[in-house]
Design a binder for this molecule. Sequence first.
Ligand code: SAM
Ligand code: DTB
Ligand code: SF4
Length: 335
Amino acid sequence: MSLRHSTRWSATAIADLLAWPLGDLIFRAQAVHRAHFLPNTVQLSTLASIKTGACPEDCAYCPQSVRFHTHVEPDKLMPVADVRALARRARAAGATRFCMGAAWRAPTDANLERVIERIKAVQTEGLETCVTLGMLSRRQAGRLAESGLDYYNHNLDTSPEYYARIITTRSYTDRLTTLANVADAGIKVCCGGILGMGETLADRAELLHQLATLDPQPASVPINNLIRVPGTPLADAEPVDPFDFVRTIAAARITMPEAYVRLSAGREEMRDETQALCFLAGANSIFYGETLLTTDNPSHQADVNLLHRLGMEPEAQYRVAPAANAESGDEPVNE
Ligand code: SAM
Ligand code: DTB
Ligand code: SF4
C-alpha cells in the first residue's frame, strides 16, 4: 500500500472509499494517520458559548436559531472575566485549545473588538484560541489575525446540493468566501460538517470532497453527529449507522492526512466502542468538557477514563502560561 496522498480526491473516489469494507478502510486510515501523527494521542479542545441564542439564521439543526422553540435561553456576550475563568478551568483539566462560539449571522465591527478582548484573555491562560462567529469580511479576518487568533471555525456542514434543504439564509458560496478570507488572513481554518441530517452517502462524499479540495486543506476538521434537539426541524431525523459515521471519519483522515480530525458533537449518545472505532479510523481530537455550546457532552472524567482504557493520552500542553495572573492574585502557572 502506498502512503502517498492526492489532494485531488474526486467526490466519486471518496464515495468509493465510503463503500469499502470497514476493516480495509480502517487499515488504510491507520496507515495514513501513523505517517502523520502520534497514533495514540488525542488533542483536547474545550468549547464555550460566549453569546447564546436569538440567532437570525435558520440552520435546521441548530437550537440557537430564533426561529425554533428550544431549550436555549438567549444570553448576551459573556464578560471577559467569566471567559477567562472558563479557559483557566479548561487548561487545568488538560485542554490545549479553547473555542468560543457566538450565535451571530456575522459579527459587527464593535462586537469583533469585544471578542478580541476575550481572545486575549484566553491567550493569557496559555491556550490555543479558536472562535466561530459566523460570516467574516476580509478586513474582519485581518483584525482577528492581528489579535493572534490561531483558528477560525466555519463549517460547510453538508454537500452543496443538500445545503439548501438545511439553511436558506446564507449560501454555500457565502461560506466559501468566509473560509477564503480567513485563510488569506493567515488564520488556520477549522472546517467540517454534520452527519445525520438525512443526507445520502453521495452528499457525505461531496462534503469531504469540498473540504479536501480547499487550498490549503483545513488544519482542523470537526465531524459532528447531529444532536437532535427538540424544537428544531431535525429533531426526528434518522440516526446515522455508527459504522457509516466511522467510515466518514476514516475517509476524512485519508483525504486530509495532515488535519486534526475531530470526533465532535454527538459523543454523549455514542457508545464507547463507536468512539474507539473513530480513533482507530484516524480521529485525533475531541471536544472536551461537559457542555458543547448549549447541549451536553461527556464529563472530563468520562473522557479521561475512556482514553485511559484505550491506552491513549491527551496531546501535551505546549504553551507556558504567562505570569499574567496578577488580577486574580493567583500564582503564575509554570509548567
Ligand atoms: N453562528 C456561527 C456559525 O454558524 O457559523 C457559529 C456557531 S455554530 C453553532 C457552529 C457549528 O455548530 C455549526 O456550523 C454546526 O456545524 C454545529 N452545530 C450546531 N448545532 C448542531 C447540532 N445540533 N448537532 C451537531 N452540530 C451542530
Ligand atoms: C463544530 O463543528 N461543532 C461545535 C463547534 N464547531 C462550534 C458546535 C456543536 C454544537 C452542538 C449543539 C449545541 O451545543 O448547541
Ligand atoms: Fe445561528 Fe450558527 Fe446556529 Fe446557524 S449554526 S442558527 S448561524 S448559531
